[in-house]
Write a protein that binds this ligand. Structure first.
Ligand code: SF4
Ligand code: SF4
Length: 727
């Protein structure tokens, strides 16, 4: 008895010492990151909300369960480990007394049943994980495997350890039944089966098995504890904390303002020598950023959804996080060294790691390759999927900010876009004089804001640069304006006073240009007294609704599909003319995933007679990007397959007559891909991509209205021809 107590306690002390040392090291490493007081403040201000998030995300495993088979296996394993804490208490108690039972509940049959039920559930979970890993073996599946790039050996070791935890548990409990030491007379069905198998070995052997396997169980559990702190399974400890301090509702929507030393950077006072501009080295990340890196479970869910990875680009959101983590760990001795002298004495390998640029090509031995950094479309698929709430887009944006603002290193082809934004207020450099061209020839006058907006104007229609200046997007703008007019919604536009929201500048990393444009727009909007804004571009919508409040611009912003869906449901717009087409809807990332507007565009199409709406395999939360977000619209796509081609091929798989969307960027990107497919004979000449507003317009617009538009006006200016009533 004394010996097993000694062995048990020594094992425990050693394991806790090793694991504790490692956790202390990780804690100190995290503290080398920048402060993030806003994260702590948010938790202090909303404790109930954050407790709710812990319940749904951690205890309820909400995101994991979106993947039904692995999600269920993880749910069972997670809850199994919580329930099996009871058996761990019993194991330690058994060290001291062979007939130990947990005080109060330790002899209740349902407790024994619950323990065994979850022991079997964990076993089922482990077997499921093993099968999943075998089927998605990266050696065979290559890039298609979500485990490609993950540390698969460590994952197999952990699966083995979990299996051993359960195996040793059931063996010692089975032996206890035969020795009469087991606390549960009934209920522990799995232990009873094992006890039945062990019974023929006799009492002496069962006593030896009981002692041996209690110690073996403790050894395996403690070994697991140590492995957890040194592997991706650190997420067991860190995930609840990482989820607690993550952005609400998630890391989508707005980009965060640039912060230095925990404060929002003021460009008028900022000093590049003392302030941090984005992330230029690993210690520029906040402690929360560093915790993101340490929490990654290497599950590869993000990678499996990433359009850049799917089309052969070097960017995998998982590998980006893992590369940052590996670098942080390798540089840790340098970061944690107490003095410059101590740093000097570090091994050359550590000093070389410390010297690596955060972003740099192979020649520069950078941690993150520029092609990785610039491949991101900010589509949000990674953030949406990540079960531990890692904020990939924020990290990518912060690294881009440093590259653009400090290093002036970004894809050269995007420089004209930035210059145009600065000098002309739109990415094409067409200037304010062209901003009302889209309205020419409409059968009614579009009021242009000139001074304070009157009470009779319900909405300010934010047209956006594409909606005002790009030929295809102008058709959408005209359709929206005509529908609002038909519905009797009073609206006005800013016309020449509208400039780019700054979204492309912010997404490429030029926060300076973004804040310049945003402040200018906010001034214009506030002077006009704008309160309710309808935006046709999801990127404008996202900036106006989610990012402008960071600069003092608070407005009620909706997307045109939301407003049009409401007008249809209120009977103010009545689709009557049939549109007999199979229509496949493409979810714009900045409308759907970033802002959760999935239903209104679909509701509009449902209300149009004749429309047979269909879905692509990747839709709604799992929608696949068109390739234009994250300022990718303004960069060349030189590596891998074009993202818009991949998307259009998926759409073509549904044999649509028309593809619809709700974003001018998507309209352009998908339109280009369709044109290429038409040239190669892979798409019908009649196939087109249109905004849902155009589909609604075809059905709603009365013939009389068409007549008032004037000879050829809508079409010559890019409008849609009236649909023949006969369909
Ligand atoms: S935002 Fe989209 S493109 Fe960028 S890493 Fe995430 S999934 Fe990939
Ligand atoms: S970043 Fe999130 S989704 Fe991606 S591998 Fe890590 S834990 Fe999984």
């Amino acid at each position: 008895m004394a010996l097993r107590i000694v062995i048990g306690l020594v094992l425990t002390a050693v394991a806790f010492a090793i694991a504790g040392r490692r956790l202390w090291w990780l804690f100190r490493l995290g503290r080398t990151g920048q402060p993030a007081p806003e994260r702590i403040e948010a938790v202090r201000e909303h404790p109930a909300r954050d407790a709710g998030t812990e319940v749904t995300e951690v205890l309820g495993q909400r995101k994991l369960l979106k993947w039904s088979v692995p999600g269920t296996a993880h749910f069972l394993t997670f809850w199994g480990f919580i329930i099996l804490i009871l058996t761990l208490i019993e194991s330690y108690g058994d060290l001291f007394s062979k007939t130990f039972a947990i005080p109060g509940i330790g002899r209740w049959a349902w407790v024994g049943f619950l323990e065994d039920l979850f022991a079997v559930a964990v076993l089922a979970g482990v077997i499921t994980f093993a099968v999943i890993r075998l089927r998605a073996d990266p050696k065979r599946e290559g890039r298609r495997s979500r485990f490609s790039g993950s540390h698969t050996r460590a994952a197999w070791l952990v699966l083995l350890l979990i299996f051993l935890v359960i195996a040793t548990l059931l063996i010692y409990r089975g032996a206890q039944i035969n020795t009469g030491d087991f606390p549960y007379a009934h209920g522990a069905f799995a232990s009873q089966i094992v006890g039945h198998w062990l019974h023929p070995l006799g009492l002496t052997a069962n006593k030896a098995l009981e002692t041996t396997f209690i110690l073996a169980q403790l050894a395996v559990v403690l070994g697991f504890l140590v492995v957890v702190t040194y592997s991706k399974h650190l997420h067991i400890a860190l995930a609840p904390i990482n989820v607690l301090f993550s952005r609400r509702p998630d890391g989508l929507g707005a980009l965060q303002p640039m912060r230095s030393g925990g404060k929002v950077l003021d460009f008028e006072e900022a000093d590049p020598d003392t302030d941090i501009f984005g992330r230029g080295k690993i210690e520029d990340f906040t402690w929360k950023g560093m915790m993101d890196m340490a929490t990654c479970t290497e599950c590869g869910r993000c990678q499996s959804q990433c359009p850049a990875w799917a089309t052969g680009k070097p960017l995998s959101p998982k590998m980006l996080i893992l590369d940052l983590r590996d670098h942080a760990f390798a540089k840790a001795p340098y970061l944690l060294a107490a003095s410059d002298e101590a740093r000097e004495k570090l091994p050359d390998a550590v000093k070389a790691e410390a010297d690596r640029p955060l972003v740099g090509g192979k020649d520069a031995n950078g941690v993150i390759d520029p092609d990785v950094l610039w491949s991101c479309t900010n589509c949000g698929a990674c953030v949406e999927e990540c079960p531990v709430d890692i904020e990939h887009i924020d990290h990518i944006a912060d690294m881009r900010r440093h590259q653009v603002l400090i290093e002036s290193a970004f894809p050269t082809e995007a420089s004209s876009m930035l210059k145009n934004l600065e000098n002309k207020g739109d990415p094409w450099g067409m200037g304010e004089a062209r901003r009302l061209d889209w309205a020419e020839g409409l059968g009614f006058e579009v009021p242009v804001v000139d001074g304070p907006i009157g009470d009779d104007v319900e909405y300010l229609f934010w047209v956006g640069c594409a909606g005002a200046l790009e030929d295809r997007a102008r058709k959408t703008t005209r359709a929206i304006a005509e529908l609002l007019h038909t519905a009797g919604v009073s609206f006005a536009v800013l016309g020449p006073a509208e400039t780019c929201t700054g979204d492309p500048a912010r997404r490429i990393g030029n926060e300076f240009v973004f804040s310049m444009l945003a402040q200018q727009n906010i001034e214009t909007l506030n002077e006009a007294g704008a309160r309710k804004i309808v935006a046709s571009c999801p990127h404008c919508f996202n900036a106006l609704a989610n990012e402008y409040p960071q600069l003092g611009g608070d407005y009620e912003v909706i997307h045109h599909t939301q407003l049009l869906a409401r007008l249809v449901s209120e009977g103010r717009l009545t689709p009557v003319a049939p549109v007999e087409e199979k229509i496949t809807y493409h979810d714009p990332c900045f409308l759907g995933r970033h802002n959760r507007v999935f239903t209104p565009p679909r509701e509009i199409m449902e209300q149009v007679p004749g429309v047979r709406a269909q879905e692509m395999h990747r839709c709604k939360e799992r929608g696949f990007c068109c390739g234009a977000g994250g300022a990718r619209m303004w960069m060349e796509e030189r590596i891998g397959k074009r993202i818009n081609t991949e998307r259009i091929e998926e759409a073509l798989g549904t044999s649509p007559d028309t593809i619809s969307t709700g974003c001018p960027y998507c309209l352009v990107m998908l339109g280009d891909a369709i044109s290429a497919k038409k040239s190669s004979g892979e798409a019908a000449e009649s196939l087109e991509v249109v905004d849902v507003a155009q589909i609604l317009q075809r059905s709603v617009r009365p013939r009389a209205t068409a007549a008032t538009v004037g000879p050829g006006a809508p079409d010559s200016a890019g409008g849609e021809p009236a649909q023949d009533e006969s369909g």
